[in-house]
Design a protein around this ligand. Structure first.
Ligand code: PBG
Ligand code: ZN
Length: 329
């Protein structure tokens, strides 16, 4: 047995420690979510997510300007609409003049290829029942194949208005294939797909559902989002989405799912995104507010862990503040 090994030699100076860092965080790793609301000059705080706002399109331009200055150029757009605009089919999700297509057009006019726009595709922000797909009126079951055509319509509407990437988050089977076919049929072969491939039914989405008012009004999402007790299905979802034509895949949430990110990283050569979701964000914000830890250090540690697990892209609400305050250096 060797007693002369001393691990601390590898930790003895900052220079050695820095040189051995396996991962570093760059602004280009981050995708920043943007919550859009209709109207002008709106900047309304989302109470469940301190520091995050509902923005009207004009104000989202300012937000994107400040993120661009920090080196973040990728954005994930979410639309929100008032209750009276919601219906059983989520019509506003694929309204060509709706909130998301209008915002994409404006943002592409202002920024062109300086930004990459990812458009979240789902029905839940626009349905009066809050589900990600269309339910059977009798049974309440979420109908997979019926939902696909609406999701494809939304994808096409966002892509036609200039979205660079379509990001379906509904967890219906075969949606990547159906969306790919619909895009290609419209001549949108250069629009890419980032699939929320391994999206678990998670308690960590709570604050987000308040933000977009998308909680299911009956039942839950357990027949379409994944059960976190079964990690193997995540790998199957990734493989299937790759076969269906996804250009990149996602694991969501991130922090309680680092093992899944790691497994997915081994299972595919596609880019892997991880979504550091609203509940993970708000826990950090509230903990820091109560002085139980140093926010900057926790954010650096969390984001580093996500990247070390194997994520190329991290969708996170922390990006702006973390870069502005130099937490990631
Ligand atoms: C819904 C959707 C959810 C999130 C993104 N798209 C939540 C859900 O399934 O209810 C979560 C994002 C977050 O919590 O930050 N399609
Ligand atoms: Zn949804």
């Amino acid at each position: 047995m060797k007693h002369n090994v001393r691990m601390r030699r590898l930790r003895s100076t900052k220079s050695i420690r820095d040189s051995l860092a396996e991962v570093s965080l760059k602004p280009s790793n981050f995708i920043s979510p943007i919550f859009l609301v209709e109207g002008v000059k709106k900047k309304e705080p989302i109470t469940s997510m301190p520091g995050i706002y509902h923005l009207s399109v004009d104000n989202s331009i300012n937000e994107i300007d400040s993120l661009l200055e920090l080196g973040v150029d990728k954005f994930l757009l979410f639309g929100t609409v008032s209750e009276d605009r919601k219906d059983t089919q989520g019509t506003e999700a694929y309204n060509k003049r709706g909130i998301v297509p209008t915002a994409i057009e404006t943002l592409k006019d202002s920024f062109g290829d300086k930004i990459t726009i990812f458009a979240d595709v789902c029905l839940c922000p626009y349905t009066n029942h809050g589900h990600c797909g269309i339910p059977d009126i009798q049974t309440g079951q979420i109908l997979n194949d019926k939902s696909l055509k609406y999701l494809a319509k939304a994808a096409v509407a966002y892509a036609l208005s200039g979205a660079d990437w379509i990001a379906p988050s509904d967890m219906m089977d075969h949606r990547v294939r159906v969306i790919r076919e619909a895009l290609d049929k419209e001549g949108l072969s250069s629009t890419a797909i980032l699939s929320y491939s391994a999206k678990f039914m998670s308690g960590y989405y709570g604050p987000f559902r308040e933000a977009v008012d998308s909680s299911p009004r009956f039942g839950d999402r357990s027949t379409y989002q994944m059960d976190y007790r079964d990690g193997r299905q995540a790998v199957r979802e990734i493989i299937l989405d790759e076969q269906e034509g996804a250009d990149a895949v996602m694991v969501k949430p991130a922090l309680a799912y680092l093992d899944i990110i790691h497994r997915v990283r081994q299972a595919t050569l596609l880019p892997v995104a991880a979504y550091n979701v609203s509940g993970e964000y708000s826990m950090v914000k509230l903990g820091a507010k109560h002085g139980i830890f140093d926010e900057g250090k926790i954010v650096f540690e969390n984001l580093t862990a996500i990247k070390r697990a194997g994520a190329d892209w991290i969708i996170t609400y922390h990006a702006k503040e973390a870069l502005k305050k130099g937490w990631l250096e």
